[in-house]
Design a protein around this ligand. Structure first.
Ligand code: NDP
Length: 486
């Protein structure tokens, strides 16, 4: 790792100030308790800043502020809400460089990717909600009934660390555009970028209480939000285990939930595909953000007639995933988010090899920088579709490759998962690829490298979740349906 070159980058050398307050009721407010959370840079393993560890009193205050703000905010005309969101977009855009550098520090995403994805994508999503918020209310009639959508109320948003601002924006922008108010609890590993968002919210002058920030442990702050009687809906992204816990808490008071959970998506490469492109794109997809991506195509399914050819391309592509400091221009693969995540991922690699997988690239003994939570880009071949590494979400740079003999078998292996979030199909015959895509039990499929569409509904089948985010579908999640008979 070229730490010397990276060390001179201002994003790496500029100190990040501690944050000591929460954003509640439209102003920066001292937390109830004195606890703090230390934020670590996973590349240097040094603490870079502290944020407050909020508690249940803070949650109560934030929910009360959001409840008080709901009436006036939901009563605004669509164009007025859109104008507020537009001002937020301007304030956030001015912070784009800071956002990218902050995520490169607190998460370890290489700066080039952080600029495009960690900073650029949330701005694109917010822009889409400025447009959607400004559209006239959509109503329709059924017989003598007028059908309208009305904002659900106070939304509790609980978000993970892998795409920290994007995951926040998919919830917060959709909820605010729909006329809801929000209490956000970001992930403990990556709270700093949430502070940049709330600096922008403060600067944009959103009405007090419309958006509130409470940092703190999931087991305390997240649970309190999920269980709070005045939170009308909980929107959560993270692990399936915590999603289930949140569902139980919300079910006790019949509150709505939207869940974006794990994935183990299949990249199906048929024998008539443009194989080098399919494999290279698949490898890049699997290792994006060090594999810490819920939609990652972590199972590559290849027709047996082209299996060894695919493994050779995959090995070469994985070798090109240069590990290093996120601020070094040559880095393709940053560290994992935490020491715990690194140990979990290493455990999965050991398990895959013990279960009979063939190591094609990377592995436990591949060279990695001596500091930072790094794991080399790893490709495992000959993986049993029922084995642990083919079934469980690893959330690290580990790709498993599985051969198949027919389209039917490819579909059966792809669907042999408790998840169903994303996927891909590659074929020289687009109709054949579409037919396979339609049979995959998953919320999204990219055919022959179709680009990510931030306006398309995003969400999962099966244990990948409930509900959809992004675009019109994402806004509609935050609406109740009312029928008015005349
Ligand atoms: P979690 O599901 O534990 O965390 C996601 C969010 O939920 C965080 O804000 C967390 O807070 C909060 N949370 C944790 N426990 C509770 C609780 N009891 N009640 C309410 N909120 C809670 O994910 P992890 O960060 O621990 O990651 C573990 C695994 O989850 C990964 O290895 C990966 O497999 C999966 N994952 C999937 C993601 C996806 O996008 N689908 C994203 C992240 C993880 P805190 O940060 O304080 O713990």
């Amino acid at each position: 790792m070229d730490l010397a070159a990276a060390a001179t980058h201002p994003g790496r050398t500029t100190p990040i100030a501690d944050r000591t307050q929460l954003f509640i009721g439209g102003r920066w407010t001292a937390p109830h308790g004195t606890g703090v959370i230390a934020v670590e840079d996973p590349t240097t393993e040094q603490v870079i800043a502290h944020v407050p560890a909020g508690d249940t009193v803070d949650v109560d205050r934030a929910v009360a502020a959001a409840k008080a703000a709901f009436g006036p905010w939901s009563a605004l005309a669509p164009a007025e809400r859109a104008a507020f969101l537009d001002r937020l977009h301007a304030a956030l855009s001015a912070r784009a460089e800071d956002i990218a550098a902050t995520v490169a520090r607190e998460l370890g995403t290489p700066l080039r990717i952080a600029t495009k994805v960690q900073a650029g994508l949330p701005l694109t999503v917010l822009r889409s909600y400025v447009e959607l918020a400004g559209q006239p209310e959509s109503t329709h009639t059924v017989g003598n009934s007028l059908i309208v959508g009305e904002p659900v109320g106070v939304v509790g948003a609980i978000t993970p660390w892998n795409y920290p601002l994007h995951q926040i924006m998919a919830k917060v922008a959709g909820a605010l555009a729909a006329g809801c108010t929000v209490v956000l609890k970001p992930a403990d590993l990556t709270p700093l970028v949430a502070y940049l968002l709330f600096d922008a919210i403060d600067e944009a002058g959103l009405p007090p209480g419309v958006a509130n920030l409470v940092t703190g442990p999931g087991s305390v702050v997240g649970s309190a939000i999920a269980a709070h009687p005045d939170v009308d809906m909980v929107s959560f992204t993270g692990s399936t285990a915590v999603g289930a816990r949140i569902s139980h808490l919300a079910a006790d008071r019949i509150a709505r939930v939207a869940l974006e959970l794990g994935g183990k998506s299949a990249n199906v490469i048929l024998e008539d595909a443009d194989l080098p492109r399919a494999v290279k794109t698949g490898v890049a997809n699997a290792f994006l953000n060090s594999g810490q991506t819920c939609t990652a195509w972590t199972r590559m399914l290849v027709h047996r007639s082209r299996y060894e050819e695919a493994l050779a391309v995959a090995a070469e592509a994985a070798a090109g995933q240069t590990l290093g400091d996120p601020f070094d221009r040559g880095t393709r693969l940053g560290p994992l988010a935490s020491a715990a995540q690194r140990e979990t991922v290493r455990g999965y690699i050991a398990r895959g090899l013990a279960d009979g997988a063939r190591l094609v690239a990377g592995g436990l003994d591949a060279p990695v920088p001596d500091r930072g939570h790094f794991v080399a880009a790893t490709v495992l071949a000959d993986v049993d579709p029922d084995s642990t590494v083919a079934q469980e979400e690893i959330f690290g740079p580990v790709l498993v490759v599985i051969p198949f003999d027919s389209d039917d078998e490819a579909v059966a292996i792809a669907n042999n998962s408790r998840y169903g979030l994303a996927g891909a199909v590659w074929s020289g015959d687009e109709d054949r690829a579409l037919a396979v895509a339609r049979r995959m039990r998953t919320g999204a499929v990219d055919v022959n490298g179709g680009a990510f569409n931030p306006l398309a509904p995003f969400g999962g089948f099966k244990q990948s979740g409930i509900g959809r985010e992004l675009g019109r579908h994402g806004l509609d999640e935050f609406l109740e349906t009312k029928a008015i008979q005349r």
